[in-house]
Design a protein around this ligand. Sequence first.
Ligand SMILES: Nc1nc2c(c(=O)[nH]1)N[C@H]1C(S)=C(S)[C@@H](COP(=O)(O)OP(=O)(O)OC[C@H]3O[C@@H](n4cnc5c(=O)[nH]c(N)nc54)[C@H](O)[C@@H]3O)O[C@H]1N2
Ligand SMILES: Nc1nc2c(c(=O)[nH]1)N[C@H]1C(S)=C(S)[C@@H](COP(=O)(O)OP(=O)(O)OC[C@H]3O[C@@H](n4cnc5c(=O)[nH]c(N)nc54)[C@H](O)[C@@H]3O)O[C@H]1N2
Ligand code: SF4
Ligand SMILES: [Mo]
Length: 707
Amino acid sequence: MPPMDGVHAPTDPTSGTHCPYCAMQCAMRLEWRDGRPEAVPRDFPTSRGGLCRKGWAAGEMFAAERLTTPLLRAHRGAPLEPASWDAALERIVAGIRAARMAGGAHAVGVFGGGALTNETGYALGKFARVVLSTRFIDYNGRFCMASAAAAGSRAFGLDRGLPFPLSDIAEAEAILIAGGNPAETLPVMLQYLEAQRAHGGRLIVADPRRSATAAMADLHLQLTPGSDAALANGMLHVAVRDRLLDEGFIAARTTGFPAVRRAVAAWWPDRVERATGVPERLLVRATHMLAEAATAMILSGRGPEQQANGVANALAHINLALALGKAGRRGCGWGTLTGQGNGQGGREHGQKADQLPGYRSLADPAHRAAVAAVWGVPPESLPDPGVSAWELLQRCGAPDGIRALLVHGCNLLVAAPDLTALRRHLAGLDLLVVADPFLSETAELADVVLPVAHWAEEAGTLTNLEGRLLLRERQAAPPPGVRTDLEILAAIAARLGRGSLVPATPRAAFEELRRASAGGPADYAGITWERIKAEQGVFWPCPAPDHPGTPRPFEDRFATPDGRARFHVAEHRPPAEEASADYPMILTTGRVLAHYNSGTQTRRTASLAEADPAPFVEINGQAARSLGIAEGDAVRLATRRGTAVLRARLVPTLRLDTVFVPFHWGGRGAANLLTNPVLDPVSRIPAFKACAVRVERVTPAEGDDTA
Ligand SMILES: Nc1nc2c(c(=O)[nH]1)N[C@H]1C(S)=C(S)[C@@H](COP(=O)(O)OP(=O)(O)OC[C@H]3O[C@@H](n4cnc5c(=O)[nH]c(N)nc54)[C@H](O)[C@@H]3O)O[C@H]1N2
Ligand SMILES: Nc1nc2c(c(=O)[nH]1)N[C@H]1C(S)=C(S)[C@@H](COP(=O)(O)OP(=O)(O)OC[C@H]3O[C@@H](n4cnc5c(=O)[nH]c(N)nc54)[C@H](O)[C@@H]3O)O[C@H]1N2
Ligand code: SF4
Ligand SMILES: [Mo]
């Protein structure tokens, strides 16, 4: 890497930041050696000095090709060309005005992301509601945490991803990880699983693949994609049959068990085996392992959640945890492994279609009044709830739909489902604006591209997977020509005559967020940047400056009105698409260690790009041979949405009927050319984790055009 040009001079040498990537938010600072930034781990209670490969490589991001000037397209079909900020902002404001003239306030849409800090996410939600007055804002968390969030809110009255610090994991005698692969996705968390194992703890993993995490487990339940509710209902059936329930806990701390007990009566083990492929013997062992442990946890990943039945899948696991009395006390609980750096904070303060800051609801008159008072606007001026991410994208370019869309923090053209349909929707817009540090696939399609400061160039707070707020301090000045998201929102608001409504600095945004969240379920009122720094993070809810924060919100009572957790009947539904003659296998998608999400950042990081340079599909070796596919062959995957061409990797770790594609690339090898945009009825999450697929070798005569 060449020396940097000096604009990235280090600032305060005592200041610290956290990794740009996942929800572990490992603590680091940047040290400049020979003019080049290097990530150096710092002590912190969550990461305890750990970094994974991506974290170590974070400094390399400075050498990646950045956007340093706004880009404008003179007209559709014309190339993107450098432009002044003035011209770019003028074009945006003219586009917003034109859209509003044509279709009213709701003709403008906003799309956010869980990589944004609390301050930026909060400001984006406020910007949509009071500057643009549009209903239509949603964010990429809808592709991510929405099912777990809905299930947690329903069952416990509060969506706090993990209702305990990570260090509690070491105290659990047994853990079931349902469709999560932390060995690759939260690698620094492994130290807690290792400590748990060192204390004699047991680990069960439910995953269609023998993932790196499943390979560590005592028991691997290799279920068919989309069958999690059947598996969890089957485990509860066995628990009832074998008298493993915690009747005292059920009576004292829950409601609604009788209906669930009746519903799981029909999930006898051989029916579970047919629905999931998991043999009765393993089902029974897993249930006894969890039930007979004095303490146990169920940790949920995106496997069960990114499904057309995602909420029911999560609720089925929650039912199991509750019925076994493994919740609401030390060393126990159901929790979801939040993914994005600010995946937790990003879902609390108003980027979500139906949400106001502090995890308040836009549909609740008292909540509207509380937030409107802080914002100094009449409650009736706040728009009604909008629609979920995919539904918002479907409205783009539709008659009476959205005409102008502003995107901050999502690479839609890689991350959203059914990319062919998405491209059509976006093409129907009059104005697409993308603010990003890099020229992502989505930015390439935009009418206006705005260069944004990246994670080390802007201060702000994030809320990690434990519900702990942490502070990133600025490590470097942004390159000349680059602005922060907040500065951009403030500049657009000013040109629309509403400049006073957007806090211009992260400090100001946080102070306002504290007040706007006060009294809400995710109450940040007592948290300051100074406290976060002094106390190495503060857990919400924290309603007052002298409140210690809440690492374990459910220890005494759950957050429901009566303090009891709620059981919900969780019906198994097979995936919306099942294998058929034309599409005989099941495709599931996910992640690899070296790349992060849409790959915008990691594909531009030399050492990470080298580790996994191109998209691929994992196929069981035996299944591949029967299809005439050898290691490294180009294969075509076809679903009802489209086709993708990728390299085959033959593995012994997959079920015969399932293939796995990581989604980190765009172009011809993009997993999301294939995925099914069918939505869960409650969370509106797309079914990224299961659809029917045909797998064929690309013959030499057809030419090899893998990405
Ligand atoms: N290296 C890396 N780390 C990341 C990310 C990244 O992109 N790269 N992204 C971050 C983000 S945003 C997120 S949300 C998290 C996601 O973290 P994880 O949930 O751990 O990641 P995934 O790979 O999406 O899915 C986990 C597992 O679900 C399995 N699975 C697929 N279908 C099913 C099913 O039907 N049932 C069950 N039980 N399992 C199934 C897959 O085989 C996979 O091993 O990771 C975060 N950390
Ligand atoms: N098939 C399939 N698809 C999936 C998934 C899957 O498992 N399978 N997982 C889904 C999940 S869980 C997620 S979270 C999404 C993630 O996918 P995306 O939403 O695309 O998330 P990222 O790639 O993390 O970041 C998006 C963009 O934000 C930019 N960015 C980073 N920081 C900032 C910032 O501070 N400001 C601005 N303006 N931009 C910034 C990055 O450069 C990048 O271009 O993908 C979803 N899509
Ligand atoms: S575990 Fe996550 S936060 Fe920690 S270094 Fe790796 S990617 Fe970064
Ligand atoms: Mo995610």
